[in-house]
Unconditional design. Structure first.
Length: 369
């Protein structure tokens, strides 16, 4: 008996079947380019410095000004996207000579060996994305080779204020400098939103070259200069070749698993959005006053041994919850941590072996680049 074709039209909202049929080959170097996974938080206000705040894999680098970063539902119509990255300027400023504001994603070298960078067969790359910005004018998108300190920058134009526009940029292959075949940060894709004179005083490096700051962001507008400024980004794809293909929509669970290699939150492993309380907690059993143990595996192997933080039932960092009793401790630490599991938690004179002797908390494991 012949099997009928599985109807996948409802797997991802509003995505035509043709897009799903042609896009299951992981050609997109960018992880979470549709901005659908936000384990840490869906909104963080008063951001003034560099870090990972909301949407998984997307790093905010800032030297001045204050923004609210969020996962938003404002998306280009009819493209299948349901989420976007949003930066809302809440305190404007004047960029210093050495200042920049950049949204970026960092990529492991072991995921890039097929680019053949540093050889005569180096592959060209095409980046396509949807952007909406209050500030019109020239923006810079850059590939930065961390292993060899090389870069290539391309300019694009936001033509209409507060209007979704699709941009496509092609970067030539680089025949100089191989990327490390390891789990370190080898390549960064940088979207400049502001840049000081140290980055704009030269000539834009539109071909691969040894990095010179003055040539990295020439012509970049200042999208941080007014509190009315907002910028949105979604549908980001970086792929081999000189032509942009349809965005590669992955099944939600596949996208989430790729993000879990870098960050895992026990409250968000189901729907990809940060939760609260103890949801999905890991459990440890006390063996003495100073240690509780238990094998708690991560959903997928992480990029490296992660940094672990824990909160109790009320959300207080460094505390853990004793079941049927309450929150205890103040500076819980973790031992026997690998990239696959946590096996013990520790704090002097915190635990008790008498019943109930089970402890748990909201665990966050971070192995980001």
């Amino acid at each position: 008996m012949a099997l009928s074709k599985i109807d996948t039209t409802n797997m991802i909202e509003d995505v035509p079947q043709s897009k799903l049929d042609n896009n299951i080959n992981f050609r997109n170097i960018i992880i979470n380019g549709d901005m659908s996974i936000a384990q840490r938080s869906t909104s963080v206000a008063s951001v003034t410095s560099t870090g990972y705040y909301t949407i998984d894999r997307w790093n905010w680098q800032s030297d001045y000004g204050t923004v609210t970063l969020s996962q938003d539902t404002d998306v280009p119509t009819g493209q299948g996207f349901v989420k976007s990255f949003k930066a809302d300027v809440t305190t404007a400023g004047t960029v210093g000579a050495g200042g920049t504001v950049v949204l970026r994603q960092k990529v492991e070298g072991k995921n890039l060996q097929y680019l053949k960078k540093g050889t005569s067969s180096a592959e060209s790359l095409t980046c396509s994305f949807w952007i909406k910005s209050t500030k019109t004018g020239t923006y810079i998108c850059e590939l930065f080779d961390v292993d060899n300190t090389r870069q290539i920058s391309k300019a694009y134009t936001v033509s209409a204020s507060d209007t979704w526009e699709k941009k496509t940029i092609t970067f030539d292959g680089d025949t100089t400098g191989a990327l490390g075949n390891d789990n370190g940060n080898s390549l960064q894709i940088n979207w400049y939103l502001s840049a000081g004179s140290d980055y704009t005083s030269g000539t834009l490096s539109t071909t691969w070259t040894a990095s010179t700051n003055a040539n990295r962001a020439v012509g970049q507008v200042d999208a941080q200069d007014n509190t009315s400024n907002n910028i949105y980004l979604t549908g980001v794809q970086l792929e081999v070749g000189q032509t942009a293909s349809e965005f590669e929509f992955l099944p939600f669970e596949a996208n989430l698993r790729r993000c879990l290699r870098y960050h895992f939150d026990t409250t968000s492993a189901v729907n990809g959005e940060a939760g609260s309380g103890l949801g999905g907690l890991m459990v440890f059993k006390a063996f003495n006053a100073n240690e509780a143990a238990g094998y708690n595996a991560f959903p997928v192997p992480m990029r490296g041994n992660p940094t672990i933080t824990v909160t109790d039932n009320s959300g207080t960092n460094g505390k853990i919850h004793r079941f049927a009793v309450g929150d205890v401790g103040s500076n819980i630490t973790f031992g026997n941590v690998s990239n696959t599991a946590i096996c013990a938690c520790n704090e002097t004179s915190t635990f008790t072996t008498s019943e109930p002797n089970l402890y748990g908390g909201r665990i966050r494991a971070d192995a980001e680049l």
